[in-house]
Design a binder for this molecule. Structure first.
Ligand code: FE2
Length: 213
């Protein structure tokens, strides 16, 4: 079964004015579409890898044949990252986090404002293209990290609770070179329910009782 481009869960214009419709259309159809196409093309000569999910492929990149490793890293990562990105945003999203993610943020960073500042700073400082993440560690704790290109925290043994895309293709049409403005506005479309679902998946695999093992 070849990898498929997931449909956007809302219209191209649904996240306006935070993210404009043209950016969404190009970003989803062309950029994400190309990652899926390139991933499938790379796997053509390796039928044994075709049944694996994109997450499984990038979890252990050393297990990927060397001739397609970089392609799988970039395009498998691109597919995983963007599949998450569309879902962790929604029209009329944003506001203060609630539920378990609110507790984790408070416990780790003190308050939501300080967390946002640190997350946005990490996104601004990611030189060139990449992503900024809240990632879960094996200890059950969380940390803010940034990754270059389409690298996903999975490849470092971390769990991607959520991340924001800081490639220019995510914001350039509307925000031009003003990445900090995009990072600040992005919180208006964040889907905390979906993020809480992802946190639940992380926590179910990393019970606090296991911390320190
Ligand atoms: Fe992107």
């Amino acid at each position: 079964m070849a990898h498929e481009l997931p449909a956007l869960p809302y219209d191209y214009s649904a996240l306006e004015p935070t993210i404009d419709a043209q950016t969404m259309k190009l970003h989803h159809d062309m950029h994400h579409g190309a990652y899926v196409k390139n991933l499938n093309a790379a796997l053509e000569k390796y039928p044994n890898l075709q049944s694996k999910s994109a997450e499984e492929l990038i979890r252990d990149l050393n297990a990927i044949p060397e001739d397609i490793r970089a392609t799988v890293r970039n395009n498998g990562g691109g597919h995983v990252n963007h599949s998450m990105y569309w879902k962790i945003m929604k029209p009329k999203g944003g506001g203060d986090p609630s539920g378990a993610i609110a507790e984790v943020i408070k416990k780790t960073f003190g308050n939501f404002k300080d967390f946002q500042t640190k997350f946005n700073d990490a996104g601004v400082k990611q030189f060139g293209s990449g992503w900024v993440w809240l990632a879960g560690k094996a200890s059950g704790e969380v940390q803010i990290i940034s990754t270059p290109n389409q690298d996903n925290p999975i490849s470092q043994g971390l769990f991607p609770i959520f991340g924001n895309d800081v490639w220019e293709h995510a914001y350039y049409l509307k925000y031009n070179n003003r990445r900090p403005e995009y990072l600040a506005a992005w919180w208006n479309v964040v889907n905390w329910e979906e993020i809480n679902q992802r946190l639940k998946t992380f926590q179910s695999h990393h019970e606090p009782a296991l911390a320190g093992r």
